[in-house]
Design a protein around this ligand. Structure first.
Ligand SMILES: *Cc1c(COP(=O)(O)O)cnc(C)c1O
Length: 519
């Protein structure tokens, strides 16, 4: 077909072209500055107005406000939409920097890391290929090399940033699985042919208190939860080496194939660090892949006082590190590292349009070749700006601070006779329960501690975690705020006891609100 008359260029424009303030670019820089100013005002308002770490709102209270919103009817106004965000989100946001937020592994974040987000987001760099990122690729690579060197993985190590410990564990176990299957006689590899016939014999060994993402990964990898053998832990919640040895022998006897042992450096509930050198020795003897989940304990790499707790980590075949936990970085910022970069071939796929094979052979550093993700955020800039502005040592000091705080808090809880503390802290968590004199009934204790937690959160006073140890409900503090002092936590401990006392069924409190709602 032929165009008789060329279409004038102006007629190719869309019927209503966007105004300069709609999309980011040179023409919208003034609108950008203006908008950022208002966003910062919202953040200031949110932080200065907050009375506690949370508002205590419950889903059924917030849900109606969402039901009233029609996403097909825009507000067409920045201030109106910020006002709406204030109401729906900011007024109830949970504040991880608050001293009475002591629930999960969420950390206050460094200022340079937030500023890095302010650079990387407008430019919207995607780091999967060199042609989309240039220097960003090298920034990520240098941080990977730095982390690998801190671990001591050797000259052949490599890795990639991930969305979190869950993805890092999945990636590591997927490589471990493919590596184990490749070694099976008569099997040409999982990538082309899928799992070998005897895949049902594959097992992953990990302690009973490791992270649930190991089970999840096993299921996603086609092996199922049942392929994960939970090795008992000792009194300090570290993998019991005799039990590991016995498990390995049981596997031999049953003809099962352990494809990996996952050791945890900092369990989520207890902060306990598995005996890495002894586990590494078993792995070496038997040629089993050693994955170390250091999602929580990874920050010890920077600690001047406690780096030795990670002794043996250099023997790992792969390591998960969550910079968004003990490196004080914004979500998300994590990495998966491997000792032998050739193993990363198990996650490589060459697409002609994106990362063709010849491009890799020419040496172009396309990070997609070693990632489970394709389009990927430039999360590395946050850590880069932090290290270049503040330095690694100061991050290590922050972790040392919270480890010390956990020890002080442990002693404070132990000094009281109405609290029962499970064990001394290993990193920065404390698992305990309120137990007034004479209360022995397990279900009463559970109900009481559950109610204490709900009450404090409902009142917006404190966010505390809960967990179960051997079936028994406990409260948990996860301390990750280096600015928090024991003097901040003492009133919280007293408040827990006060609430507990008011709720506990006893003859002196005939009006206890045992089965009523807390507010
Ligand atoms: C937090 C955690 C994970 C999961 O990491 P995400 O970043 O939440 O995906 C895995 N393992 C351990 C030990 C963790 O503490």
């Amino acid at each position: 077909m032929e165009f008789a008359t060329p279409i004038p260029l102006h007629r190719l424009r869309p019927p209503c072209s966007p105004e300069t303030s709609m999309l980011f670019g040179e023409a919208s820089l003034d609108a950008y500055r203006e908008g950022m100013q208002r966003c910062m005002e919202r953040v200031r308002r949110t932080l200065t107005r907050a009375q506690g770490p949370c508002s205590g709102v419950e889903p059924h209270e917030l849900q109606p406000a969402f039901e009233a919103i029609d996403l097909d009817r825009p507000l067409n106004d920045l201030d109106a939409s910020l006002e709406e965000v204030q109401r729906l989100y900011l007024d109830h946001a949970v504040h991880f920097h608050h001293p009475r937020y002591v629930a999960h592994l969420n950390c206050p974040i460094t200022l340079p890391s937030i500023l890095a987000e302010a650079i990387a987001t407008p430019l919207n760099t995607a780091v999967e290929t060199w042609d989309q990122s240039a220097g960003a690729t090298l920034i990520e690579q240098k941080l990977i090399d730095w982390t690998a060197a801190r671990i001591g993985l050797g000259d052949e190590a490599d890795g990639v940033f991930t969305s979190g410990g869950t993805q890092s564990n999945l990636m590591a176990l997927s490589i471990a699985r493919d590596s184990a299957c490749e070694a099976m006689p008569g099997h040409a590899g999982n990538r082309h042919h899928g799992l070998p016939e005897n895949y049902r014999k594959l097992r992953i060994l990990t302690s009973e208190v490791s992270h649930f993402s190991v089970q999840k990964a096993a299921a996603l990898l086609g092996l199922g939860y049942d392929a994960v053998i939970s090795v008992p832990s000792d009194a300090d919640k570290r993998m019991d080496i005799d039990a590991l040895q016995a498990t390995l022998e049981d596997c031999d006897e049953a003809g099962l194939i352990p494809l990996a042992i996952v050791a945890t450096a900092g369990t989520t509930d207890f902060g306990s660090i598995d005996p890495i050198p002894a586990i590494a020795e078993r792995c070496r003897q038997r040629g089993i892949w050693l994955h170390i989940d250091a999602a929580y304990g990874g920050g010890l790499l920077l600690s001047s006082r406690h780096r030795h707790w990670l002794a043996g980590i250099e023997q790992a075949d792969s390591v998960s590190i969550d910079y968004h936990k003990t490196f004080f970085q914004p979500v998300s910022c994590s990495a998966c590292l491997v000792r032998d970069r050739r193993q990363l071939r198990h996650v490589t796929y060459h697409a002609d349009y994106l990362n063709p094979r010849d491009q890799a052979e020419e040496g172009t550093p396309d990070l997609v070749n070693k990632s489970l993700q394709t389009t990927r955020r430039f999360d590395a800039l946050k850590l880069w700006m932090t290290l270049r502005t503040l330095g690694a040592e100061r991050l290590g000091d922050c972790l040392d601070e919270v480890i010390e705080l956990a020890r002080q808090t442990y002693r404070a809880l132990r000094a009281r006779d109405d609290f029962e503390v499970l064990m001394p802290p290993a990193l920065s968590t404390l698992v305990f329960r309120y137990r007034p004199g004479g209360m022995d009934d397990e279900s009463d204790l559970e109900a009481l501690n559950q109610r204490i937690r709900q009450t404090l959160s409902r009142r917006g006073e404190a966010v505390i975690a809960g967990t179960r140890v051997d079936g028994r409900f406990h409260l948990k503090f996860t301390l990750l705020n280096p600015m928090t002092r024991l003097e901040d936590l003492m009133p919280l401990i007293s408040e827990i006891a006060r609430v507990g006392e008011s709720l506990a069924p006893s003859t002196s409190h005939p009006s206890n609100v045992w089965s009523q709602s807390s507010c």
